[in-house]
Design a protein. Structure first.
Length: 300
């Protein structure tokens, strides 16, 4: 009786192990997928400190991520930018062909399969005070985050240097103007002084333009987005105008195809039966136990 009970426990344990052994893998894979997903692509570097009146930061963000579908994601990003009072400065939506295969399926028809990836490289600009809000709104579209670089570059000293340069040029230009007025009819000296004055004025203008550019970059942050989706497949039937004889397989090709097809069927059957190895083992153990039981009964 004890032998039968032990045998039953072993059989049940093997059966439960074979049926439940692989149940942990989907959960582990799901956890790994969750760990690689991105729900927040912003950073403290994207937040403006309104109490800081000393520094002037130019904030930029460079982000690459995967989305479910590039085209709807592009429209959503454009809507987010518009809602935040920003604007799109460039967008480059493109389909990159990765591979093309052609398979003749009849004498006059070919199946063309195109593997391609849709991407979009966007540049957007939003108010410095809305950068953090914009990035958090875009984060809802992220399926997988490849990279995120956010910078806050302080240009306060550069602005100060431009201002000081303009002041020095203004003083120098005033002295040159006075010297030109006092030279009278000395044409050569007057011409040289005029050229020097023009160069100083151009230098001052460049410093002013530089400050205006820096002020604009401080006020509006620049965000560069590189978005992509999973590789897509497009199949299309196209007419073939080649010689029909080219597409008639010979005896050797037909035999090779037949063996390959038969081997695929055999593999499919083998894999299907392999899924039930636990049941086969269970049946074998039961049969062995039954044979042992009958043997004991005969020996009594």
């Amino acid at each position: 009786m004890q032998t039968k009970t032990s045998l039953l426990i072993i059989i049940v344990s093997i059966f439960l192990f074979s049926c439940g052994g692989g149940s942990m893998r989907p959960t582990e894979n799901a956890s790994a997928a969750d760990s690689t997903s991105a729900k927040d692509i912003s950073s403290s570097a994207a937040v403006e400190n309104t109490k800081d009146t000393t520094h002037n930061f130019i904030r930029t963000a460079d982000i690459k991520f995967k989305v479910k579908n590039v085209i709807p994601a592009t429209y959503s990003i454009e809507d987010i930018v518009s809602q935040q009072g920003g604007f799109v400065t460039s967008t480059n939506l493109a389909s990159t062909v990765d591979n093309v295969t052609s398979v003749p399926i009849s004498a006059d028809t070919t199946l063309e399969t195109t593997y391609f990836t849709v991407t979009n490289d966007m540049t957007i600009r939003v108010s410095n005070t809305k950068l953090d809000t914009t990035l958090k709104a875009i984060a809802g579209l992220v399926g997988f985050l490849d990279s995120r670089v956010i910078k806050a570059n302080d240009v306060s000293l550069q602005i100060l240097a431009n201002n000081l340069l303009q002041k020095r040029i203004a003083k120098n230009a005033a002295r040159l103007t006075t010297a030109i007025d006092n030279r009278g009819k000395k044409l050569n000296e007057t011409t040289n002084a005029e050229e020097t004055l023009s160069g100083k004025e151009e230098e001052s203008d460049n410093a002013d333009i530089s400050n205006r550019s820096l002020t604009d970059q401080i006020k509006y942050s620049t965000v560069t987005l590189a978005i992509y989706q999973r590789q897509s497949v497009k199949r299309e039937l196209i007419a073939s105008d080649k010689n029909i004889d080219v597409y008639e397989p010979g005896l050797g090709s037909q035999l090779a195809d037949s063996f390959e097809y038969g081997w695929e069927i055999l593999k499919t059957v083998f894999v299907f039966l392999a899924r039930f190895w636990g049941l086969f083992l269970f049946a074998a153990v039961c049969y062995a136990g039954y044979k042992a039981y009958l043997s004991k009964q005969k020996n009594k």
